[in-house]
Design a protein around this ligand. Structure first.
Ligand SMILES: Cc1cc2nc3c(=O)[nH]c(=O)nc-3n(C[C@H](O)[C@H](O)[C@H](O)COP(=O)(O)O)c2cc1C
Ligand SMILES: C=C(O[C@@H]1CC(C(=O)O)=C[C@@H](OP(=O)(O)O)[C@H]1O)C(=O)O
Length: 390
């Protein structure tokens, strides 16, 4: 499967086209809309989310709630468009009073994008660099979630830290797969710890009051995976590389750790690698999950556990210095309506990206024209694995 999106933050709508989806996959409009709503949420978001009510409109590829096997067209409307239709008009002339964006924000794509594309208006860059685009990604990757769900795979995420406010996890890899999506959704920070949620919210309140912004870390978990998805054989087939690339494709993501991650580099081998055990009907298992579910670029049957770091939001209400593109004088960077912290939202986007990478790996391993054959193929693979552990 592949997806591509089009659309600007304050344009009429965001569009996604998803190709390579097997026929016969049941798609739930409610599920897609609930994921879109989760992406809009989380403590720390800005005024834009009070305007938008993201819902998906399907423009092709589905009939009676099932995929037909052709490209799937999806669109998410920008309700804010009515306030921008003159400044963002696809045709015609700019309004006489158009204010160009000439004070690029450090940390955003503004300056480098303007240099690269030869524009004197950073809006030409920021409109597409904006993470508003991730609404279309959540819709597109929702297809992969549905596919995985039919194969018994569940993908969810939770927030681990915001700034220096963090969950207290004694043995996070052991606990990570035991949380449930319900534990997480009940909290405004999408964090399973009530105490940590309160300290994260307080940190966001302090940042907002100080004209600051915050990043943080979140974890994505996938349960129910069969071992052997992905491959050790070539660089581009390694699931580690593919999931890493998908996560680094999300704006503001600056670090990805699989399992123990950087901590593994500090420990001796005997305290990192996960002993192999044989457990009756379960077959080959691991007594720990420091690898985070991947070995040799493949799933090993344990839950996939990926921890992701997001940098603080670049737009600051107490802005940093920048250089005015017109006058070449030092000025303060532009400040516009912005999120203070979007870690919970980024976590929802990341769930989708991980689901998409995993679903593709399943399709490569088991074939991909229709769901009946795909499910039969996964079932017979599981049966073969059982015979290998008896
Ligand atoms: C869900 C989400 C919401 C974001 N909201 C904002 C925002 O309101 N203001 C802002 O300046 N950056 C925001 N960002 C971050 C910028 O989009 C990102 O920093 C920018 O595109 C530059 O890319 P880079 O950080 O990968 O270098 C958000 C990112 C995500 C994932
Ligand atoms: C619109 C969304 O996020 C936007 C991402 C974003 C950025 O620079 O990345 C800047 C802000 O845009 P605006 O200036 O319109 O408020 C965020 O609100 C969204 O996630 O739906």
């Amino acid at each position: 499967m592949e997806y591509i999106t089009a659309g600007e933050s304050h344009g009429p709508e965001l569009t996604a086209i998803v190709t390579g989806v097997p026929a016969g996959l049941v798609i739930s409009e409610e599920q897609m809309n609930s994921d879109l709503a989760r992406r809009q949420g989380g403590y720390g978001r800005g005024g834009r989310q009070t305007i938008e009510r993201d819902t998906v409109r399907v423009t092709g590829g589905l009939r009676f709630g099932r995929t037909l096997g052709g490209p799937i067209g999806l669109s998410v409307r920008n309700r804010d468009w009515v306030n921008w239709s003159d400044r963002m008009a696809p045709f015609g002339q700019p309004p006489a009073d158009l204010k160009r964006e000439v004070t690029p924000r450090p940390g955003h794509a503004d300056l480098v994008g303007a240099l690269r594309t030869n524009t004197d208006d950073c809006r030409n860059i920021l409109e597409r660099a904006s993470a508003r685009e991730t609404a279309a990604r959540v819709a597109a990757t929702g297809i992969a979630r549905e596919l995985l769900a039919e194969l018994g795979v569940e993908v969810f995420s939770y927030v681990v830290s915001v700034g220096d406010a963090s969950m207290d996890e004694d043995d996070f890899l052991a606990k990570a797969p035991t949380y449930t999506p319900l534990d997480i959704e009940l909290s405004e920070m999408r964090c399973p710890s009530a105490r940590a949620t309160e300290s994260m919210k307080a940190a966001i309140d302090r940042a907002r009051a100080a004209g600051e912004s915050l990043g943080g870390t979140f974890r994505v978990v996938a349960r129910g995976l069969v071992p052997g998805i992905g491959s050790y054989a070539s660089a581009g087939e390694r699931l580690t590389a593919r999931i890493g690339a998908a996560l680094f494709g999300i704006p503001a993501i600056k670090g990805v750790e699989f399992g123990l991650g950087f901590e593994a580099a500090r420990r001796p081998g005997s305290e990192v690698h996960d002993p192999i055990v044989l457990e009756g009907a379960e077959g080959f298992q691991r007594s720990s999950n420091n690898a985070g579910g991947l070995e040799g670029g493949m799933t090993n049957g344990m839950p996939l556990v990926v921890t992701v770091a997001m940098k603080p939001i670049p737009t600051l209400m107490r802005p940093l210095d920048t250089v005015n593109l017109d006058t070449l004088e030092v000025e303060q960077a532009s400040k516009e309506r912005s999120d203070v912290c979007a870690v919970p939202a980024a976590a929802v986007v990341a769930e989708g990206e991980v689901a998409f990478a995993l679903a593709n790996a399943y399709l490569e391993a088991f074939g991909c024209t229709n769901m009946t054959d795909l499910k039969a193929s996964v079932k017979s693979y599981k049966q073969r694995l059982r015979t290998m552990s008896r």
